[in-house]
Structure formats: structure tokens, C-alpha cells
Design a protein around this ligand. Sequence first.
Ligand code: NAD
Length: 414
Amino acid sequence: MTKPPGCKAIIDSNFALACDRLGLDEELRSLLKTPHRELRVEVPVRMDDGKLKIFVAYRVQHSGVRGPHKGGIRYHPLVDYEEVLALAEAMTWKTAIANIPFGGAKGGINCDPKTMSPRELERLTRAFTARIHLILGPFRDVPAPDVNTNAQVMAWIMDEYSSRHGYTPACVTGKPVELGGSKGREAATGRGVLYAVQSLAREKNLTLDSARVAIQGFGNVGSHAARLLVEEAGCRIVGVSGSKGGVFNPEGLPVPELLKHTRESGSVTGFRDADGISNDELLALDCDILIPAALECVLTGQTAPSVRARFIVEAANLPTTPEADQIFAEQRIFVVPDVLASAGGVIVSYFEWAQNLQQIFWEEEEVNERLRKTMTRAYQEVSDLSQKEGVSMRLAAYMLAISRVAQAERLRGN
Ligand code: NAD
């Protein structure tokens, strides 16, 4: 597998544009940009065939100035240091935009989880946790799920951490509800996307009932976003794709059946009553809202010119390159950026952490309502700044985040 270039270039460009606009000096820029701590570990795992395999893994703590470091752990064959670093920085800005008391971090293991057994994944997760537990903790760094990791992986991390430090549910979020996970966490990023879409619709007088939505990625984020956009906003999901390709139906795909098909076959492809399309065709579908919810760097100078959506709501992290942003600005395609639209997961992770620290639990309605308020407020603050400054939502979001983190640095005397 080859990796598309640009993940770090995307965040460097967004950061630089926002700092220029804010007039930040070089010293402050480098203080805000430089990660607090970076750890690379080599993780030996005995595989089911008896052979020892060594995996390379990372945890980057980008900023802890506004609260404990916070961010997901990804298992993917393309994970490398630069990607983890860029995603860790993105978390710093995301938590600041949501105005929740966390910094930013990210972790990743270079592995191919699709070729590994559940026992191998468990051994890998436990060995990784053993190597990094000293820098984790409820007031140091709190991981969460990301691509190819889930509540079960978080449970293994919690178990390993607790066996060394005593029972500590708040050391990780996105856990199973039975182990102190928050109700509503699993669907939270997708639900946050719904609230971002609803805020967008209010602002732009867009009718969501029957609005045509195309979604790239049908994993945790994409599938919950699809389901909720249909159930709670009346949208039509006209196209969906995954790593093996996509499906298209202009009348709208039946999301529960598509989910069942994906669970059974491992892919959205081959679904009945739909035409097969490629991933690039998905991005170019005639629709109202395009939601990238897979990996980074998918909307590029090559793919952006064919996008026909009026609005893009970024559920994935860093899906859009600066060249694509330029093209969208010229074509008047309105973009709700990742650091805002994908914040639902970390917001409910904050709720989970707060519940764990107090050992009290909220009902799902309360979680969802608090998420709705937090997402709606964040959207409004970014939108207000974007209008006041006459800049894109992305630039406004970065400006808001960078100002908040810079102010925290100043107040702490750095
Ligand atoms: P996931 O592993 O559950 O799903 C990933 C999806 O992307 C799958 O449907 C997969 O088939 C698809 N995919 C993989 N490679 C692809 C390719 N080359 N082309 C098209 N589709 C491809 O992961 P997830 O948790 O849903 O995360 C998706 C995105 O959302 C990532 O960018 C992640 O960083 C971001 N995100 C996740 C969370 C969370 O809470 N899980 C929170 C914020 C942001």
C-alpha cells in the first residue's frame, strides 16, 4: 500500500494561514506548533502461527495546555509518524473549538488489523499499552477509538492500565458501557455530524427533508451519520463507499439494510437495488451534501474539480488539501471543516471522562442533548468569526482554536 502525500502539509498550511491572519509572532507559533511529547515504541507480538512479529507504534502528545492530552488510536497499514503527528495537532485545535478541557494527542500502530485474529489484536493492544502506560492517565493522556479500533480495544487498554495503576476507567474513553463507557459515545461522532449539518441547514436555509447526501466511508462515523441523517433529518443517502468501492441509488439507500449487508459481507459493494461506483465517482456524485468519513487527503487538486455537491461536511480528519480548498472557494462550495464537524466523538469522550471521574452515569438523552448544545454553540462561534473576519469556516475555526490555546499558554506563563 502506498500512502498519499500531504497529511502534515494540510495541517501546516491551515495553521500558517490562521497564524498569519492572527498576526502571531514566530516564538508563539513555534510554541503552539511543537508537540509536547512524542513516543515511538516497537511492540513485539507472538502471532497465532507461533512467529514473533514486531510492530512500530506511536503516541504523540501535541498539547496539554488546556487539559489532559486527548485523541484516538488508529490501527492501519499506512500509519506513520507524520500522520500521527498531524492528527495529534488536529486534536489540539478540535478540543479548543469545542471548548472542552482537553489538549490534543494521537496514537497509531502500523499493522493490518484485517489480517489479524481477535487474539492477535488483543495481544498487540496489551503490549502497546504496556509500552506507553507511563505517559497515559486520566490527567495526562486519555486515548479513544479511531480507524479500526473500537470499544473492545479500549477495554483491553483500560484493563492493562488498571492492572498497573489500580481501577481507572477514566484512563480511556469509548469503552463498552458495561465498563463505564458513556451511553451515546459509539454514535457520537456521527451524531455530531448530524448537528453540524442541522446548523449548516439553518444558516443556509437548506431544507434537509429529502436532501441528497453522499458519504465516503461506512465505518463507525459514516454509518452512524448516515442512519441519523435519515432518521432525524429526513435526508436521502444517495451514495456510500468504503475501501473496496461504493454504491449509488438516486432514490436513497435503505441504511439499515445496507448496514446489515456490510456487516455480513464486509463491504458496501454488491448491495442490491444500487449501482456500483468507485470511490472517485462517489466524490463526484450530484448531491447536496458530501461527507468524507474515511481517511485523510481524499479531496485533492485532482478530485476536487469534479465535486458537484453544494456543501461539504468533513467527518474524517484532514480530508481536504489546500489545493482542493482553493478550488472549493472558487466554485463557491461551502465547507464545514473537520476540526468542527467531527468533534462529536471527543465531546462525548469528555462527557464519559467527566462521568467516570464522578462515578455517576447520565441517560443517553442527556448525553445527546449536551452534545447538541456543544456542537451548535461551536458551529455558531466559528460561523460568527468567519462572517466577522470575512474568511472561510476552516480559517475561522483554526483562528478560534489557536487564539484559545495561545491564551492558555500565556496564562500559564509560557
Ligand atoms: P472506521 O475504521 O470505523 O471506518 C473507516 C471507513 O473508511 C470504513 O468504511 C472503510 O471501508 C473506509 N475506508 C478506508 N479506506 C478507504 C478508502 N481508501 N476509500 C474509501 N473508504 C475507505 O473508522 P471511523 O472511526 O469511522 O473513522 C473515519 C474517519 O473519521 C477517520 O478520518 C477518523 O480519524 C475520523 N474520526 C473518527 C472519530 C471516531 O470517534 N471514531 C472521531 C473523529 C474523527
